[in-house]
Write a protein that binds this ligand. Structure first.
Ligand SMILES: NC(=O)c1ccc[n+]([C@@H]2O[C@H](COP(=O)([O-])OP(=O)(O)OC[C@H]3O[C@@H](n4cnc5c(N)ncnc54)[C@H](OP(=O)(O)O)[C@@H]3O)[C@@H](O)[C@H]2O)c1
Length: 334
């Protein structure tokens, strides 16, 4: 049997009259989206976006049926791209992977060589997926903070959605870099987890039902927000002069109630990040740093669960309900 006809397992997402559904299917390599490099996938991980895609809770998938999974790490099995040789260890996150192109919840993936990053020294295949899109997003945020010359001495950085994937990595990496980190969470029972990652204070979600004032007491040097909505508006209004806030998520909504006051009276910067599309040079440089000086101090502490590919269909609801902690790894190969 050739590799192109060998059956393998994959989480296929499809849509019918009842809506979006996912199941583990047996596929063959010749059924995969086209690409120059065939990867034997070893590890993947679940991101909020994967849960939105697999459940149909968000309009993420642009084609059906497709294999889900926006993250993968593995070994090159075959390549017509001269930059990648069989046996080389690689990772892929972002682009159309797991969205309009078959993704990483499968024992094989086939992608354009331009999407691949050689596994940097300092990370193994499993650790690369502990970070995955969550870690890369934190890295992008750090790059944006560095680009505006953000000064850690301005004061504490507030990480919102702190027990989630991006939030947990942000707490760990920022604390490791010497920032004072405050962790905002809806799970006060997870305070020990957050302080273990390096947070020096755990902040309950503020009650913002009466709205956000144009300016609040200036408590924070800035922050890293995955929640969006009123929380992001409140963080902007609570940021000190010349502080910076990285906006990367919408766990609570895509609106942004704010005024120009934080920007024109305190010189606050709002920095966007998008992990799916960024210049290749940034992508490679950020992964190098995640393997070295931006590497979380205790990478294993970020892993909440390790599941098998077959367990995926039952794993997504916890993400939609905001019940997860840290990173959920997917062991793709037995
Ligand atoms: N811009 C990008 O490129 C990029 C990349 C990665 C992720 N994201 C976005 O970032 C967000 C987080 O992604 P993730 O993979 O880290 O997700 P996750 O692991 O599911 O974590 C999300 C966390 O947000 C908090 N949360 C959930 N629902 C909330 C609500 N209604 N109000 C307030 N907080 C809520 C919860 O943390 P607590 O209980 O601790 O508050 C939850 O654990 C998502 O919106 C995702 O789409 C964007």
């Amino acid at each position: 049997m050739t590799v192109s006809s060998t059956p393998f397992r994959a989480l296929r997402i499809d849509r019918d009259a009842q809506g979006v559904r996912c199941s583990v299917a047996s596929l063959t390599v010749d059924m995969l989206s086209p690409g120059d490099v065939l990867i034997e996938v070893h590890w993947s991980a679940i991101n909020y976006k994967d849960a939105l895609a697999a459940t149909g809770a968000g309009r993420i998938m642009r084609e059906f049926p497709r294999i889900g999974g926006i993250d993968a790490s593995g070994v090159v099995a075959a390549s017509s791209d001269p930059r990648f040789k069989p046996g080389e260890r690689v990772l892929v996150t972002g682009f159309d992977f797991g969205v309009a192109h078959d993704g990483g919840f499968a024992e094989f993936a086939r992608v354009p060589g331009d999407w691949l990053v050689p596994l940097p020294d300092g990370l193994d295949l499993r650790e690369a997926m502990v970070l995955g899109t969550a870690g890369f997003t934190v890295g992008l945020g750090l790059k944006r903070l560095a680009d505006v010359g953000h000064d850690p001495a301005l004061g504490p950085m507030l990480v919102t959605g702190a027990t989630g994937g991006v939030g947990s990595v942000a707490v760990s990496v920022l604390a490791g870099l010497g920032y004072e980190v405050h962790a905002l969470t809806g799970k006060p029972d997870q305070a020990a987890y957050l302080t273990g990652l390096g947070a020096s204070a755990v902040v309950p979600r503020p009650d913002l039902t009466d709205g956000v004032r144009p300016l609040e007491q200036a408590r924070y040097g800035g922050g890293f927000d995955v929640v969006g909505g009123a929380t992001l508006g409140w963080l902007l209004a609570s940021t000190r002069h010349w502080g910076s806030v990285v906006a990367c998520g919408l766990a609570a909504g895509h609106d942004l109630p704010t005024t120009v006051m934080p920007f024109i009276l305190r010189g606050v910067s709002l920095l966007g990040v998008t992990s799916a599309d960024c210049p290749a040079a940034w992508r490679h440089a950020i992964w190098q740093r995640l393997a070295t000086d931006w590497r979380p101090r205790d990478i294993q502490a970020l892993v909440a669960r390790e599941i098998d590919l077959k367990d995926l269909p039952d794993a997504f609801d916890d993400f939609i309900q905001g019940r997860v902690r840290g990173r959920t790894l997917v062991r793709v190969r037995q």
